[in-house]
Design a protein around this ligand. Structure first.
Ligand code: SIN
Ligand code: FE2
Length: 217
């Protein structure tokens, strides 16, 4: 007998996995809100389509990106920065959906960072082969607030290092619904994503989508 039928809720397991001081994985935290999140992502992408940005070095990023919220992260030949206007549409980025904000604020609080006020959400879309090289998130004005990173769709290997590029990396398998939070002493830890493997996810199809929340301004 499937007991899940009785409470009408999907079988969602949630678990906290520490990744050192100030950092943890909240397994499955985004699962209960998955349908609201997916339709909100579709709304954002209609107004501000996914695009492959160019790095300051002139390379096309393999991850397609868009943003929502007051500020959006952008990259072009002149550098990385946060901008209030989407350079593709010429309009402000779409508003941050209520479901996004609720998830990010709740996850930050559960990880020990109450009172989170993100003003930027970068939406990363990985197709098979897409990756993100090791980097620090350091384009924000102040490092006092954590990063909240939500994984949806295909699984990926998240590389989590230390404060120096050469520090040892831990490999963390992230699956649909997992949320990673890093702040405080972990705020500037290096991180990246290994090339995505082919696959099919029932809700997202052949992609991984990552929502990265930040207090940028
Ligand atoms: C990022 O560092 O912006 C994204 C990390 C991820 O996709 O998990
Ligand atoms: Fe990052």
């Amino acid at each position: 007998m499937n007991l899940d039928l009785f409470d009408g809720l999907p079988d969602v397991e949630m678990r906290e996995e520490p990744l050192g001081p100030g950092a943890m994985v909240l397994r499955g935290s985004a699962r209960l809100e998955e349908t609201a999140l997916v339709s909100a992502i579709e709304d954002v992408a209609r107004a501000a389509p996914f695009r492959h940005m160019i790095t300051p070095g002139g390379f096309r990023m393999s991850v397609a990106m868009t943003n929502c919220g007051p500020l959006g992260w952008v990259s072009d030949k002149t550098g990385y920065r946060y901008a209030a206007i989407d350079p593709v549409s010429g309009l402000p980025w779409p508003m941050m959906p209520e479901s996004f904000l609720k998830l990010a604020v709740g996850a930050a609080a559960n990880a020990g960072f109450p009172g989170y006020t993100p003003d930027a959400c970068l939406i990363n879309r990985y197709e098979p082969g897409a990756k993100l090289s090791l980097h620090q998130d350091r384009d924000e004005q102040d490092y006092g607030k954590p990063i909240v990173s939500v994984s949806l769709g295909l699984p990926a290997v998240f590389l989590f290092g230390g404060l120096k590029r050469s520090d040892k990396l831990v490999r963390v398998q992230l699956v649909h619904g997992d949320v990673v939070v890093w702040g405080g002493p972990a705020r500037l830890r290096y991180h990246g994503v290994q090339p995505l493997k082919e696959g099919h996810h029932p809700l997202i199809g052949g992609y991984r989508i990552n929502l990265t929340f930040r207090k940028a301004g």
